[in-house]
Write a protein that binds this ligand. Structure first.
Ligand code: KG4
Ligand code: ZN
Length: 350
């Protein structure tokens, strides 16, 4: 008799150490630790500090996940780990931990793509994805519009990516220049509450006729915010931080929602899925909800705790791979810090 799969997911690509346990599409429990506070003074993630923090947090966080799920380590039947993309030193720590667990339990190991994990996170809350959907991934390192079928069986088609900064990166950079600290997304959101999103008319890049329909660019927006702040400061006036933050947020949200909805309609589909750290943003969630509601598009966004990096999403994609009968990656799987998203599982590099 085959055992019901109980999949352990391991995430360590940036500053979150995450372990999640998923069985047949159900999240049993998870543990999460973050080194974000240790990076705050530097305005961004310092890879060496992140790697060291993963090493410190690995065992206690795994213990938390097991306790939360109410399972023993010996109940784990499969292990999945982010093997890319991410900060090389950070990915190495989680992947090494995952290899140790898989080897000691003598269970299969899957090296998975971090961004496929973000998409899979939504299935924990809303069930399997429809036959075809558009997925907008908005994270600290990536911004892409994808045409997705079966997350683990079908190739993932990139309709458009960002030419420069990712959406989350824009939040982090603008937060730094407004003196709001790291991570920038939540800090900007807090500052923007009560601000006027129409106070400044920041550029909406790549929305003109003739621009690539699904491609993003956020570096000009960041520069425009920097210039505005400089001009105000040079005039000896106080920067209206709430208004600048709200106007910046609105500019990002307008472009993201316009392009993602356009992709859904152009492809004749009816489902939009928004995932990744920036999907935690309240203004984005509300704007997407309104736009999708008015157009009859089904909108799926994971709950906030599953938008930012976590181990549950890696367990979720691992669980889908296991149930689809995918071949395990094996203990030889290397880290691939700059892996491009073509499928859920990363190929063995030679
Ligand atoms: O997906 P994620 O946790 O890590 C990566 O894979 O990069 O995304 C992190 C990014 C950071 O840039 C952070 O500033 C942004 O997500 N973020 C947000 C919010 N929460 C996190 N951006 C906007 N609004 C938020 N509430
Ligand atoms: Zn992520």
């Amino acid at each position: 008799m085959t055992r019901t799969p109980v999949v352990l997911g391991v995430e360590s690509s940036c500053d979150e150490t995450g372990f999640g346990i998923v069985s047949e599409g159900v999240l049993l429990g998870q543990g999460l630790a973050s080194s974000a506070a240790q990076h705050a003074d530097f305005g961004g993630v310092v890879p060496e500090i992140a790697a060291r923090a993963h090493l410190d947090a690995a065992v206690p966080t795994l213990r938390l996940a097991l306790a939360d799920a109410g399972v023993e380590l010996g109940d784990i039947t499969h292990v999945a780990a982010t093997s890319g993309p991410g900060l090389a030193t950070a990915v190495h720590v989680g992947l090494a931990a995952a290899k140790s667990v898989a080897w000691s339990l003598d269970v299969p190991l899957y090296g998975v793509h971090h961004l496929a994990g973000h998409a899979a996170a939504d299935t924990l809350e809303h069930g399997p994805l429809p036959e075809r959907s558009i997925v907008l991934i908005v994270s600290g390192g990536h911004t892409s519009i994808l045409a997705v079928g079966d997350l683990v069986r079908d190739p993932i088609e990139h309709l458009g990516d960002t030419l420069d900064d990712a959406a989350g990166e824009a939040f982090d950079k603008v937060s730094r220049l407004l003196g709001l600290g790291y991570p920038g997304g939540p800090a900007i959101s807090r500052a923007a509450a009560g601000g006027d999103p129409t106070a400044f008319s920041f550029p909406r890049a790549m929305l003109r006729q003739g621009d690539a329909p699904y491609t993003f660019s956020f570096s000009g927006l960041k520069t425009a915010v920097a210039r505005t702040v400089e001009t105000i400061e040079r005039a000896g006036e106080a920067v209206p931080v709430a208004d600048v933050a709200a106007s910046f947020e609105q500019a990002v949200v307008d472009v993201l929602v316009t392009k993602a909805v356009r992709a859904v309609r152009d492809r004749g589909l009816d489902t939009l899925v928004i995932v990744g750290g920036v999907a935690a943003n309240a203004r984005l969630r509300e704007a997407a909800r309104q736009r999708c509601e008015s157009l009859g598009i089904t909108l799926r966004i994971p709950p906030i705790r599953l938008c930012t990096d976590n181990g549950a999403m890696i367990a979720a994609i691992g669980d889908l791979l296991v149930r689809s009968g995918a071949e395990p990656s094996g203990l030889g799987i290397p880290a691939d810090p700059s892996a491009v998203l073509h499928g859920a599982q990363l190929p063995l590099l030679r």
